[in-house]
Design a protein around this ligand. Structure first.
Ligand SMILES: [Mn+2]
Length: 292
């Protein structure tokens, strides 16, 4: 009865990763695949990378590993070219050793699980098309064919959108594992996917492991990133609400003519999104490209 665990989008959230590791000890999978975005967003990227490597899992490349490597190679343009806007990935690039950066650069972009008598599974961070091309409920069957069902394997698991998803069609199956570190489906628990075999087929177990977020906030408070970079406060709001805010915040600032790197702009956004007059948006169903 093989059991495969697929977890992704840890994003530097060590307490969420540790909660999933404790749950994995109960699930006892035969193989674990960490499908990208181990680093950046949360306050403990290096600790998460080291924990994942020590666990001996299969690890895939995500778009946030790509951001960090791009930053390690030289500055990127940001809103108003304010250097603090990009502080979170810059700090990750600074904290990682040359060996760790080389490790990230060498990560594969896909992994195939092919076991005798069972449908083969392809695991990617986004889709077959790109690292930042996530799959989810909003897609038509034709979209899903272009994104994942054109793979040689009948089962494809992606991540990146931070929202769990499953759809079957004509013997093909597309799944999204959801996110360990920063879920965007309104449920703050650390989420991942277990595929378990039964009578020659796979069955999905979408797991959600509750954990205490207080140590994550405490780790952020110890780091100057939170005080210097408004974008880190946007990430903290994402963790608090289990909803995506980065692109929404950037759009809000553009519509209101506000500078996104100013603390007042974020307080204005936060007040609107936590007041009774502007209730929390529903869990995201149509993430724009690059949101995660
Ligand atoms: Mn991603």
């Amino acid at each position: 009865m093989p059991r495969i665990a697929i977890l992704a989008d840890i994003h530097g959230n060590l307490p969420a990763l540790e909660a999933v590791m404790a749950d994995l000890a109960r699930v006892a999978p035969d193989e674990v695949i960490a499908a990208g975005d181990i680093v950046n967003r949360g306050p403990q990227s290096r600790e998460c990378l080291q924990a994942v490597r020590a666990a001996g899992w299969t690890v895939l490349f995500g778009n946030h590993e790509e951001y960090v490597l791009k930053w390690a190679a030289g500055p990127l343009p940001g809103p108003d070219d304010n250097p603090d806007w990009w502080l979170p990935p810059v700090r990750v690039a600074q904290q990682l050793s040359a060996e760790e950066l080389n490790y990230l650069a060498a990560l594969p972009r896909a992994h195939v699980v092919a076991l005798p008598g069972l449908p083969a599974i392809r695991v990617v961070h986004g889709s077959l098309r790109a690292l930042n091309d996530g799959i989810g409920e909003w897609m038509s069957d034709d979209d899903l064919h272009a994104a994942v069902w054109s793979a040689p394997e009948p089962v494809v698991v992606g991540a990146h959108t931070h929202v769990p998803f499953s759809r079957r069609l004509d013997g093909r199956w597309a799944l999204n594992s959801g996110a360990v570190g920063f879920p965007f489906n309104g449920n703050p628990a650390a989420q991942y996917l277990v595929l378990e075999s039964s009578n020659g087929a796979w069955q999905a177990d979408f797991r959600a492991v509750p954990y205490d977020r207080a140590p994550v906030y405490a780790a952020w408070e110890r780091d100057e990133v939170l005080s210097r970079a408004v974008v880190a406060r946007v990430f903290r709001l994402e963790l608090e609400t289990a909803l995506p805010h980065l692109i929404r915040y950037e759009r809000f600032c553009e519509q209101q003519g506000l500078n996104p790197t100013a603390a007042d702009s974020f307080e204005h956004y936060r007040a609107r999104h936590t007041s009774a007059a502007h209730p929390r948006p529903a869990a995201i169903q149509t993430p724009p490209a690059g949101e995660s």
